[in-house]
Design a protein around this ligand. Sequence first.
Ligand code: DQA
Length: 148
Amino acid sequence: MKALIINGPNLNLLGQREPDIYGGESFDKVMETLQGHFPTISIDFFQSNIEGELIDRLQEADGKYDGIILNAGAYTHTSVALGDTIRAISTAVIEVHLSNVFAREAFRHNSYIAPYCIGSISGFGPESYRLALEALKNKSENRFFPRK
Ligand code: DQA
């Protein structure tokens, strides 16, 4: 099984950035722990602060992975283009957030990507990524019925 984890803007600052909200662990540490949880899954990681690079990576990844886990950061709440990309590709995408976006400012309650993702996980810190990988594993074993 192959999964791609894509992180958007400012997620490279994990550990330094608002640790009360996003936790004190670095991006590398979180991703390393994640790989440790799933030794049988080949996981690729990508991070960019640039909207177009996230779009390019999603397009390139289409058809090459069993699923994509996407934390689009603030672009979640602004990017019609990212939503269009997820809609255009056939590989399943799961939306992930470290924080519970629904418990925060109103502008974080809207997601332009959620309608095109097979599901969304928000609010469990680094565990959100682990839960998303678990869901992808279940999907690949036909243990639930996603839209695509
Ligand atoms: C985030 C939530 C977004 O609202 C915010 O802009 C981020 C991180 C999260 O993981 O909780 O950059 O996606």
